[in-house]
Ligand binder design. Sequence first.
Ligand SMILES: [Zn+2]
Length: 285
Amino acid sequence: MRWDGGERGGNIEDRRGLGPVATGGVGIGGLVLAAIGYFVFGISPQDTLQAVSDAGQGQQVQQQAGARGTPADRDAQFVDVIEQSTTDVWSQIFQRNGQTYHRTRGVVLYDQATGTGCGLGQTAMGPFYCPQDQKVYLDLSFWKELSGRFGAQGEAARAYVIAHEIGHHVQQLTGQTDRADRLGSHGATSGSVRLELQADCFAGVWAAHASEASGGQVSLDPKDVEDGLRAASAVGDDTLQREAQGRVVPDSFTHGTSAQRMRWFRTGVESGDPNACDTFSADQL
Ligand SMILES: [Zn+2]
């Protein structure tokens, strides 16, 4: 995957090395421990809120703001370039529809735990988007998990993850998140699954336009797209469940199966059209 010459947008908030600050009398260690074992990839907003209320019992968590801009290390610069690339692509798409795209309020890099507009964010949740503060939260140690535990190697797999989270931001801007909320959050055809599969499709739409939107500075070749598909497959609910408990329980799906995630990512890549990503009207997911 090519990205070195891509524009660095500076829309990164670097909280690495800063711990979260809890108020309300409960130590942060207790909050963190309470939710260990809760692992989902690309957690949905409802799940985040649930996890936070389970863990924090309504505790307020505050956070020191991290430094904003482009961090010096290469891993963070990669995130910065991909965020800018998604901004370029979605700005053009919104513009063609006579609308203005407002980027996220930042991608927050943190380690272990951090305060978010959705409560306490933790590494165990995987990368997530918080609609309340319109930020993406990412602990870069997830990349090790992605390549090790999930077997999804390569920068394109990482880019897919970032583009998926930005896809949730696009959904927030276009009212899809509310649509999903009305359809409920449990079961194989729930609003939550439709929302996640649409975010996968939006990640594909980004991949389709990244090169043209960046003058060729950010681009994915067919092998990169395969890496993205492999990442989408690795984080399907059925695959994760089979690994964790040896069987698949569709009623507890929140993100969709591996096959569904790959199919919707591919739909986005091949169409390049967000209108092709209407998972809410699709009979067949
Ligand atoms: Zn997601």
